[in-house]
Write a protein that binds this ligand. Structure first.
Ligand code: KE4
Length: 425
């Protein structure tokens, strides 16, 4: 069967909306047809024409050790030979759960699910079950998956497509989700004092409006507000968990949320999510308690094996290497922006970063929305033509892996210099 991209895209669009399994992959924000990827290895992927790209999407975060790492592949293959799913407890999920609870002290107990969306929606349900309250507060530009109640003013694909929220979310559902601006503690304080909140859910380092770090005091302020109003603090660490540090963003800022959402890295490229909290909170989750949540493939042995193999590669030297590569890329991109004279800035947190076509600082979704998306689209196309695959949206993070060594980073920087020169003209 033909694998030419044009045929593939046509065939895909006949049977899947936009020809994709997730909207942002359709390249609507940057134009052109998305390459269909046939294989990946290390820091690179190849499309169905065998064109090679340095990959800065890394499956939107999970591939922190690079594509097809031998240790991860071996773990998946050997598990697959023992079966792919049992619908029963298996040793692998105990192993991964122990690795996570050892690394993240605020998570004494967790439940595996199959996506970050499920993790966030279950965390919200747990907060409502524990507090008996209905309303939650999220931040504009933060994205916590596509559960109905979490799509209000969401980031990532929702913002990329300029949607206020999503069709199909009922006013009754939307009514229970309040929003504030990221980094705006005063408004949070006002809302939390006026409305009894079940939870405040936040990306501790925001990644879904591009990389937007918390300002000093913001997260500690949320912790204080939750403590004084009885709301639970949910850190959505689906991106930052095991990426910014082994203990996630909460380790960096030395704060304990009440509930943590995880995903991406803990599955090493296979579908995994998890939510966790103190033993007492998690004891409310069925079968121990009245909060119901379930999943056919939750704790899937293949995904558990990939997660265990991936986390086993993330020691302190790995985080030093990730930060080194992120910093090298940030320096190179900043120099390229200066040399080109464009209005731009780079914001970074460890191995997460975004080149914004806007002078910084980018503090929230309003600042992020000011970035010049047309210039980003032109830059994306120019980089793609030079063999560098960036996330196809200005409002996303670039992901660096352990496979992005100095040589790879320098090739990306070279391509950025040339691409910026090209779009400046
Ligand atoms: P998934 O359901 O896509 O596994 O996870 C949802 C989610 C939850 N929380 C955070 C902080 C997230 O970033 C995500 C998903 N991230 C996007 C990229 N920004 C996934 C890419 C996509 O939607 O295709």
């Amino acid at each position: 069967m033909s694998t030419r991209t044009a045929d593939l895209l046509e065939r895909a669009e006949r049977v899947m909306p936009g020809g994709v399994s997730s909207p942002v992959r359709a390249y609507r924000a940057v134009g052109g047809a998305p390459p269909f990827i046939a294989r990946g290895n290390g820091a690179r992927v190849w499309d169905t024409f065998d064109r090679e790209y340095i990959d800065l999407v890394c499956s939107w975060g999970p591939l922190i050790v690079g594509h097809a790492h031998p240790r991860v592949v071996e773990a998946i293959v050997s598990q697959a030979q023992l079966g792919t799913s049992y619908g029963a407890p298996s040793p692998r999920e105990v192993e991964l759960a122990e690795l996570i609870t050892e690394a993240v002290p605020s998570v004494e107990m967790l439940r595996f699910v199959s996506s970050g969306t499920e993790a966030a929606m279950s965390a919200v349900r747990l907060a409502r079950a524990a507090t008996g309250r209905d309303k939650i507060l999220k931040f504009a530009g933060c994205y916590h998956g596509h559960a109905d109640g979490l799509l209000a003013k969401a980031g990532s694909g929702v913002a990329t497509f300029g949607l206020a929220d999503s069709a199909g979310v009922t006013p009754g559902t939307a009514r229970d989700t309040l929003t504030a601006q990221y980094n705006d503690l005063a408004t949070v304080e006002e809302i939390a004092r006026a409305v009894p909140l079940a939870a405040i859910i936040v990306e501790p380092y925001a990644g879904n409006m591009g990389c937007v770090p918390p300002e000093p005091g913001f997260l500690a302020g949320l912790r204080r507000i939750c403590d004084s109003t009885g709301a639970l603090l949910i850190f959505d660490e689906v991106i930052t968990g095991f990426r910014l540090a082994r203990g996630g963003a909460q380790a960096l800022v030395d704060l304990r949320p009440d509930i943590t959402c995880l995903g991406k890295v803990i599955g090493g490229g296979l579908p995994v999510g998890a939510y966790g909290a103190s033993r007492s909170l998690m004891s409310r989750v069925a079968p121990l308690g009245p909060m119901y949540q379930a999943g056919t493939l939750s704790g899937n042995p293949l995904a558990m094996a990939a997660g265990v193999a991936t986390l086993s590669l993330l020691d302190s030297s790995a985080y030093e290497a990730l930060d080194h590569s992120g910093a090298r890329l940030e320096r190179g991109l900043t120099e390229a922006i200066r040399a080109s004279g464009i209005d731009g800035c780079v914001q970074r947190a460890g191995s997460l970063l975004t080149l914004f076509f806007s002078s910084g600082p980018i503090r929230d979704d309003v600042d992020a929305a000011r970035a010049d998306r047309g210039s980003f689209a032109a830059f994306h196309r120019a980089m793609l033509s030079r063999g560098v695959m960036l996330p196809p949206s200005q409002l996303e993070c670039w992901f660096v892996s352990l496979a992005h060594d100095d040589g790879v980073i320098d090739l990306v920087v070279r391509a950025a210099h040339d691409s910026l020169k090209e779009i400046v003209g």
